[in-house]
Ligand binder design. Structure first.
Ligand SMILES: C[S@@+](CC[C@H](N)C(=O)[O-])C[C@H]1O[C@@H](n2cnc3c(N)ncnc32)[C@H](O)[C@@H]1O
Length: 504
């Protein structure tokens, strides 16, 4: 397949593709989708035209990114920047390719249901390259202001490049998709909202049903709020910076980068856009990229009242080092030191980079070795963070493909690991010391159930501390305590969970 670097640079973002100008040629393929679908992967008339130069580089880059996610299990946020760079896309073209990639991946479930109806067959039976091109086309038709004729013709051009022989099929399916707007499609194919509200929300807002159910449960069964959360998950997420205490001031940093100080975290700066990694504040170590919710939960551990010594802090799941960066900066101001534990070698190296110049010792080991590893003695640490590996359901807006990859079967091994790490953290803590248990998932099995079970099984006494006063005064929507659940639709943060325990 043609690689991005070889693609010609032609039409501007969202512009009219060459097939659009052909008009009648496309209409030859239009017809009953149920009939046209026989041609998927092999037009019976044969599409013998030689491969034409592709019309539209942003769409091809988006296609390559979406295909890499589905074909190679790639992560869009990792592959797309390199593809944009290789293709030389910047500015509006890069923004358009990014919007197409992320939007198509977020909406895949609903796009597939619509494409399946339009094609008269399950999308699983469409050749993968053609299927991905159709998803991109359907996304443009239903979720962007790209004119329908441009969305259809440019997608047919794309199909000609990636699945020759299926152009007639693609044309017919997309014209059927274009016959309704997204609301009309949802009305046609979604389960009834009264009799199957979860199924309806899942289809209407493009999330797997088990995730909608988990969100609804964590929100106390409030389906209105669940809907607001699902909508937020489908939005482009904001970029937050953390102004490192002692190295930068949030208000001054906001002025420097053209952003705005955060609503809640004293360290947060909201960025309007751009490439945060290129900012001098970031390259110089005065700030790092970090969701405001992550800042708040790490800060909560640092500000929690503590009697007795306060010199030894521990981050038991540190990679890639966001919270270690903030805790390390706070520890430096307070004359404390942080031990940062990370089991993955690569991620431990990232923690080392993220904490350079701070009083942080990085250990590349398993956090469950507390008591066995001489550097992780029992009963030693004053403040301990367990930012546990989790499903990440609270950060779906940042990882567009993740909702379709995660499965309910991921939960049992993860929750066992979470329990074991939290038990290890409690054992590592001195009597009277504090443990913050954090997940970027609101799934109650990973939050309340894990904390309660781990505290019960740890073999050391532990009491819940009310975490709400550890967050900024006046912060709304923190619930009844003692733990705290942050939400994108309430707080503009990822859905971070925080429980604080004091070892008896
Ligand atoms: C949610 S991430 C932590 C994010 C990090 N605190 C930050 O703010 O950048 C969980 C981390 O735990 C690590 N991990 C998983 N199992 C572990 C174990 N048994 N011991 C230590 N680290 C572990 C994972 O590799 C991953 O880097």
């Amino acid at each position: 397949m043609t690689g991005p670097a070889e693609w010609p640079r032609q039409a501007p973002a969202g512009g009219r593709g060459s097939a659009d100008r052909r008009g009648g040629a496309d209409r030859r393929g239009a017809g009953r989708p149920g009939g046209a679908d026989r041609r998927a992967g092999g037009d019976r008339r044969g599409d013998r035209r030689p491969a034409r130069p592709v019309a539209d580089l942003p769409r091809h880059v988006a296609y390559e990114a979406v295909a890499a996610v589905h074909r190679d299990d790639a992560y869009a946020n990792l592959v797309l920047p390199a593809m944009l760079r290789d293709a030389g896309l910047t500015g509006r073209d890069a923004a358009f390719a990014t919007e197409l990639t992320y939007g198509t991946l977020r909406h895949t479930g609903t796009l597939d249901a619509i494409l399946g109806d339009a094609a008269g067959r399950d999308v699983a039976r469409i050749d993968p390259p053609v299927r991905d091109a159709l998803r991109l086309g359907a996304y443009q038709l239903l979720h962007t202001r790209v004119p329908a004729h441009a969305a259809v013709s440019s997608t047919v051009d794309l199909v000609r490049a990636v699945g020759p022989g299926a152009t007639g099929f693609a044309n017919a399916v997309l014209r059927e998709v274009a016959s309704r707007d997204v609301d009309a499609w949802v009305a046609k194919i979604a389960p009834d909202a009264e009799t199957d509200p979860i199924g309806h929300l899942a289809l209407a807002y493009s999330h797997p049903q088990w995730i909608v159910r988990a969100f609804a449960e964590a929100l106390g069964g409030d389906l209105g709020e669940t809907t607001r959360l699902l909508i937020e998950d489908n939005e482009r997420p904001p970029v937050h910076l953390c102004a490192r205490p002692g190295r930068a001031d949030a208000v001054e940093l906001a002025d420097e980068v053209g952003g705005a100080p955060g609503a809640f975290s004293p360290y947060a700066v909201y960025l309007a856009g751009g490439a945060p990694g290129d900012l001098s504040a970031v390259t110089e170590g005065r700030a790092h990229v970090q969701d405001e919710g992550s800042q708040l939960v790490a800060n909560a551990l640092a500000v929690a009242p503590l009697d007795g010594p306060d010199a030894h802090w521990l981050d038991l799941c540190a990679g890639p080092g966001g919270k270690s960066g903030l805790l390390g900066a706070l520890a430096a101001q307070r004359g404390a030191e942080l031990t940062a534990v990370e089991v993955s070698e690569h991620r431990a190296r990232l923690v080392t980079q993220a904490t350079r110049g701070l009083p942080v010792t990085v250990l590349n080991t398993d956090g469950r070795t507390v008591g066995a590893d001489p550097q992780l003695p029992e009963g030693h640490f004053d403040r301990v963070l367990v930012d546990a590996p989790c499903t990440g359901l609270g950060a779906l807006r940042r990882r567009p493909e993740s909702r379709w990859r995660r499965q309910p079967s991921d939960l049992p091994p993860l929750t066992r690991l979470q329990r074991e790490l939290l038990s290890a953290a409690l054992r590592a803590t001195r009597p009277g010391g504090l443990v913050a248990y954090v997940t970027c998932s609101p799934h109650t099995v990973e939050t309340h159930v894990t904390v309660t079970e781990a505290a019960r099984r740890a073999g050391v006494p532990a009491d819940f501390v009310d975490a709400r006063p550890l967050l900024p005064a006046g912060m709304p929507g923190l619930g009844d305590g003692p733990s705290v659940q942050l939400w994108p639709h309430r707080h503009g943060t990822d859905a971070m969970f925080l429980a604080v325990l004091r070892r008896g």
